[in-house]
Design a protein around this ligand. Structure first.
Ligand code: PLP
Length: 438
């Protein structure tokens, strides 16, 4: 049975005010709740797995700041380390030992990169990695996949045109056509398209960039075999393979998707978890490749707040927790258990609904397909059902990202009791959604 909508009076007032300050009332578009019901909820505080909005509504949070909060909100180790470091100043624009400490924590526990450079966001990491690949190979073209998101750098704000292998069409006003002309876009999981792109642009492709766990347009899991093929074809063509691990890094495991699939990319980008909730991104590669970056190499890249001590402190504290024995096993087991219960429920009810999952990431899809590995396989009409489900879940105190294309995250702070409460809310919500649709 449907239940009454929660009160959003204070959030609505804040949103009205915000609209006078920010385009669309937000500082990042998806926050505007355009694909779901109601005004955006203005969040006042978070603790563990729970968040509270301005009206005092409490939610179990599965957005987790879009992934960074793998320990949950306001984790004591992160908070205490940040506060300790803040006592000594917040930014110097000069090297600090904290940068070494975070780098060592990462590099000594990651077999896939030898050197790293810290930046301040995932977008910046990707933008820098692309420049590095172009500078290293002395080629201009890059290849990306429809259904992968890599931040808002110009040459990646492109979508596929019609045809198997196409130059990208800009997906945002303000991106020069000349930039899009350097970006080739193909479908995921399509060896033929990949082969054709390399034939057509022989010797011109600097890098292929992929989210090895594509998690920005649904969860479009690729087969290991396809990713291995991608590695081989890049090697054969002298093209660098960039794994964009802004989501999968430190999430699928400490060494991310590179270790999960046991594939050595040429460059890896990180973001989100690496900063413990503060703005940090990074890119890494072999020492030989990284030494093409300035000041030693000729590829320029810089940042006033890169390696900011407070952000480094948050990263150090968070990653230290992740390295504790059993951390990922526990998180993954908990997630698998949660997902399995929902899968069993929908199977019993014969609902056209699937939960796709890897590690502690899950995606709810209104589909009868057993697998979805390309953007084209997602039915846009199914998003209307997600919209209904989102409303029912919000009213029951469950917060998912406000779009059916977004994945959900489980953190170490989610308790079994949280997951039981959530399952009940999901079951009730699905019953309502499918009853309405029948
Ligand atoms: N790459 C991937 C895979 C992402 O998921 C994102 C953000 O969601 C980015 C890059 C951009 O990161 P940021 O939003 O920190 O700029």
């Amino acid at each position: 049975m449907s239940i009454p909508d929660i009160s959003r009076e204070k959030s609505a007032a804040l949103y009205d005010k915000a609209k006078t300050y920010f385009p669309g009332g937000v500082n990042s578009p998806v926050r505007a709740f355009k694909s779901v019901y109601g005004t955006p909820l203005f969040i006042e505080k978070g603790d563990g797995s729970h968040i509270w909005d301005a009206d005092g509504n409490e939610f179990i949070d599965f957005c987790c700041s879009w992934g960074p909060l793998i320990l949950g909100h306001n984790h004591s180790s992160v908070r205490e380390k940040v506060m300790e470091v803040m006592q000594k100043g917040m930014s110097f624009g000069a090297p600090t030992a904290l940068e070494n400490e975070l780098a060592e924590l990462i590099l000594s526990n990651n077999r896939f990169i030898e050197k790293i450079r810290f930046v301040s966001s995932g977008t910046e990491a990707v933008m820098s990695a692309i420049r590095l690949a172009r500078g290293y190979t002395k080629r201009d073209k890059i290849l990306k996949f429809e259904g992968c998101y890599h931040g808002h750098t110009d040459s990646l704000l492109v979508k596929a045109g019609s045809g198997l292998v196409t130059f990208g069409e800009t997906s945002s006003a303000g991106v020069p056509k000349a930039f899009a002309d350097e970006t080739i876009v193909i479908s995921l999981n399509d060896k033929e398209a990949l082969q054709e792109a390399f034939n057509e642009f022989k010797g011109q492709i600097a890098a292929v960039i992929i989210e090895p766990v594509p998690a920005n347009n649904g969860l479009l899991l690729q087969t290991p075999e396809y990713l291995e093929y991608l590695r081989r074809i890049c090697t054969q063509n002298g093209t660098m393979l960039i794994f964009d691990e802004v989501i999968s890094g430190f999430r699928i495991g400490f060494e991310g998707a590179a270790a999960y699939y046991n594939i050595q990319p040429d460059i890896i980008t990180y973001g989100k978890i690496i900063g413990g909730g503060l703005p940090v991104g990074a890119y890494g590669a072999s020492a030989e490749v990284m030494d093409h970056i300035s000041p030693v190499g000729s590829v320029y890249q810089a940042g006033t707040l890169s390696g900011n001590p407070v952000a480094m402190a948050a990263g150090i504290a968070q990653l230290t927790e992740l390295l504790k024995p059993g951390f990922y096993d526990e998180l993954h087991t908990k997630t698998a258990h949660f997902v399995k219960s929902i899968q069993e429920f929908v199977a019993n009810r014969s609902y056209n609904f699937k939960v796709f999952t890897i590690g502690s990431v899950f995606w709810f899809a209104f589909t009868d397909r057993t697998g979805i590995s390309t953007a084209e396989e997602i039915d846009p009409a199914s998003m209307l059902k997600f919209k209904e489900m989102h409303r029912e879940l919000i009213n029951r105190g469950i917060y998912l990202g406000p779009s059916g294309y977004e994945v959900g995250f489980i953190s170490a702070a989610h308790t079994m009791a949280d997951l039981e409460t959530t399952k009940t809310a999901i079951f009730d919500s699905l019953d309502i959604v499918f009853k309405q649709g029948s």
